[in-house]
Design a protein around this ligand. Structure first.
Ligand SMILES: Cc1cc2nc3c(=O)[nH]c(=O)nc-3n(C[C@H](O)[C@H](O)[C@H](O)COP(=O)(O)OP(=O)(O)OC[C@H]3O[C@@H](n4cnc5c(N)ncnc54)[C@H](O)[C@@H]3O)c2cc1C
Length: 392
């Protein structure tokens, strides 16, 4: 009986990790199944571009995983039973596992603000980004777009929409400062870009209620809005918390340095779903880079544990953020060892080239998850065969 590894989610963390496992582990001893809600790999890094009207490359997961031995199951995970080692899918089906890698990513955090679910758009997933695009198409060249949030996604969404749809009036409202974490050079550059694109900014403005054509803030400001884009942070899916896994107050799975769940040692986590302390002693931010670092450590641990090899320690770093400001402008903000922005930053067109190269490279890497190599050389260690008796 083969050892069943199930990977939940095929985003940046899941697709990369599944490919790496398939490359290293022997197919006679291990069976790798990936479950993903959508049939395609979704480049989340570019969903603000999709919403603004740009088309993204089509990357069917069946093609991505072709020839790797990975079994793809296109289905939505609705529940997880970590005691019986069983995943429930939306078709009512169950999937058993011996080792689970949880990489279901994140979605928007609505912070309990009334009206967000009913009236706001977002760019956290492809279906929602396409709904926003359809709304912007309906508006044509006239209308008000309000972006709520002041962090990376809000900045990227506001600038992308303002650049691609110059007839629309774009406003950003945030409870803090827009890009408040940036160093002085980067923030100056950001504010100049907002000016150039005609984006109005309301800082220290906490949105309390969203209606179909208006948004209300705690200080009494009322915004007219034909399309409200909610980009006020990410939250993880409630599936992990409901499963009985140890989670943080925000629902992220609590993991040890080796990316193992602290409550269930046969469950591993990578990407946005995990609460992982980085090399600087601080929680890694939800980001594509963190998905890469955590995926590398989780797969190194799984391979070590199941094949009886020493577990390799890989880096869990956080070096900074890249923020695009439309198609030709960007900011690359590096941080110091305490995750504070350094005074300098790469800004403008060179930063846009770097960002485009990073996005292109990550897209390529995901489309070639085994890098064309299938070594398959690691066999299961004695004592690490299927524990599958409990699963249905
Ligand atoms: C518009 C936008 C721009 C961004 N820009 C940047 C950036 O410039 N730099 C950066 O570092 N980060 C950026 N991020 C954040 C980055 O995209 C995430 O941190 C990254 O995608 C996390 O990877 P992940 O694998 O954990 O999750 P994801 O990439 O979201 O993958 C999760 C996968 O799980 C699947 N899934 C979810 N729920 C279920 C379910 N119930 N059943 C089955 N499958 C499910 C999803 O379909 C998806 O394929 C951006 C995010 C957005 C939305």
């Amino acid at each position: 009986m083969k050892h069943r590894i199930v990977v939940l989610g095929a985003g940046y963390a899941g697709a990369f990790s599944a490919g790496f496992l398939a490359r290293q582990l022997h197919g006679d001893d291990f069976e790798i199944t990936v479950v993903n809600a959508e049939p395609d790999f979704v480049e989340r890094l570019r969903l603000h571009q999709l919403a603004a009207g740009h088309d993204l490359p089509h990357r069917p997961l069946a093609e991505v995983f072709a020839g790797t031995g990975i079994r793809l199951r296109v289905a939505r995970v609705t529940a997880l039973d970590v005691d019986r080692r069983r995943v429930t899918l939306d078709e009512g089906d169950h999937l058993g596992y011996d080792t689970l890698l949880y990489t279901l990513g994140s979605t928007i955090a609505d912070h309990g603000v009334p009206g967000v679910a009913e009236h706001a758009y977002n760019v956290a997933g492809r279906p929602s980004a396409l709904r926003l695009r359809a709304r912007l198409d309906d508006l044509g060249r006239h209308g008000d777009v309000l972006v709520v949030g002041g962090n990376l996604t809000a900045i990227e969404a506001a600038t992308e929409i303002a650049e691609a749809r110059p007839g629309l009036r774009v406003t950003l409202a945030t409870s803090g400062e827009v890009g408040g974490w940036l160093g002085p050079k980067a923030r100056r550059h950001l504010l100049r870009a907002f000016d150039r694109l005609g984006i109005a900014v309301h800082e220290h403005t906490t949105v309390e209620r969203v209606e179909q054509s208006a948004v209300f803030a705690a200080d009494g400001t009322a915004f007219v809005s034909d399309a409200t884009v909610w980009a006020a942070g990410f939250a993880v899916h409630p599936i992990a918390a409901a499963s009985g896994l140890a989670v943080e107050p925000n629902g992220q799975i609590t993991a040890d340095r080796e990316l193992r769940s602290v409550s269930h040692p046969d469950v591993f986590v990578a990407g946005d779903s995990g609460f992982v302390v980085g090399g600087n002693g601080r929680p890694l931010p939800m980001s594509c880079a963190s998905a890469g670092f955590t995926g590398q450590q989780a797969t190194a641990t799984i391979i070590g544990e199941l094949t009886g090899r020493a577990i390799k320690r890989t880096s869990l770093s956080y070096v900074g953020n890249h923020v695009s400001l439309g198609r030709k402008d960007a900011i690359f903000q590096f941080v110091d060892g305490d995750a504070r922005a350094k005074p300098g930053a790469l800004c403008g067109r060179p930063a846009a080239w770097v960002k485009s190269a990073i996005v292109g490279t990550s897209g390529w890497a995901i489309s070639h998850p085994t890098f064309g190599k299938l070594d398959h050389h690691y066999r299961a260690a004695a004592g690490a065969p299927s524990r599958g008796v409990l699963a249905a």
